[in-house]
Design a protein around this ligand. Sequence first.
Ligand code: UD1
Ligand code: CA
Length: 429
Amino acid sequence: MTNCSKDIKAIVLAAGKGTRMKSQKPKVLHEIFSKPLVGWVLRALGDIEPIVVAGHGFDMVQEYLSKLPTKTAIVEQKEQLGTGHAVMMCLDNLKNFEGNVIILCGDTPLITKETLEDFIKYHNDNNSDLTVMSAIFENPFGYGRIIRSNNNVVAIVEEKDADVDQKSIKEVNAGIYLLNWNKIKKAFNELQNNNAQNEYYLTDIISWAVKNQLNVQGYVIKDNTEIFGINSREQLAIATSYMNKKHLKKLMIDGVTIVDPDNTYISPETIIEQDTVIFPSTYIEGVNKIGSSCKIGPMAHLRGNCIVGNNSKIGNFVELKNATIGEKTNACHLSYIGDSEVGNNVNIGAGTITANYNSITKEKNKTILKDGVSVGSNCVLVAPVTLNENAFVGALSSITKDVEKDSLALTRSEQKEYKNWVKNKKGIN
Ligand code: UD1
Ligand code: CA
């Protein structure tokens, strides 16, 4: 078996309701940096083709998956009869599959690609038939416990089924498994639900494999926060903070100044180059790339799909969405720039808005500002519209037609002046 992603598929368990979220939508669709929990798990899987098992809010999960750029299979588990039962729902889908299957949960968004790769490598290096990921917790309450005999993993016992001795074990089941599918799939026809929760436990495949003299391995995760599962809004906030802090730390190590890490949010899908300074209360979500020596914020909002060139400034209360900004370009105050292509050495005055959305046709249109353009304060650029090289737009203009290069465009009415108007009003001579 090789590491090649064609030889491996994934099953993502995501049928649970998440009662403690107190929500109309299924737990796995709650978001961190605008990406659903299950989306983070799929991201960690990289090229590995996933099958998502959904139940509660099936239609909503299906709708989300259908919009993803990569094909994602979904199977329905109508009744949630346990994690083993959830995997049974995939048997048809994997009937002719001969490789390895990695199983993980849709509500553990902190798991990383690096850890999964290391886990897969461990499985392959040890010629394992079944590898279970474990973690060491000082307080293991609630988790399944890893039972070892002569250091070999022989079983997993759930909290509710454990005796006093077993409850004292600090090595727990992380809920991530790698199965040599050909050898392990038979186990799913033999699972029983005679346990404290009357559920078909996925964890019972461990003792099944041991009984059938297969090679069972345990892989202990290095950073146990990666398997942190979300069950409540409070845990959602903890995971968001953890994901954010980890990325901010990486950015700082790589040469980015974060003035106030406690008040800055940058999604892990945002690349930022050296010597850029991020000022406080900046919120950056989605996939973005910010060049070197930029100044971002305070209070800037990047909503994804944004590219900012070197030496540019995105200042206070500036919102960018789906926008490319060139080098040495400034948008320093109070602007919205959406669905736009902005060149180099452009100056965008305070309060400039790209009117990109037509609420009748629901179309989003593009605004193009070529190199050297200067837009005065409080302008509306009604898309689709192009301002050609070095075009100059006077303050308070509303631009609905393209502007030629090197031209001045103005739409405001002329200034009038009434001499002594104030004095006359007040009746002073
Ligand atoms: C499970 C493990 C436990 C482990 C823990 C790690 C079992 C029996 N126990 O316990 O050993 O320490 O995860 O977090 O597997 N799900 C379905 N369909 C179902 C039941 C669950 O899709 O019928 C999904 C849930 O949505 C969730 C995941 O499977 O994403 C885990 O289920 P959950 O009930 O949270 O398992 P735990 O009791 O935490
Ligand atoms: Ca459970």
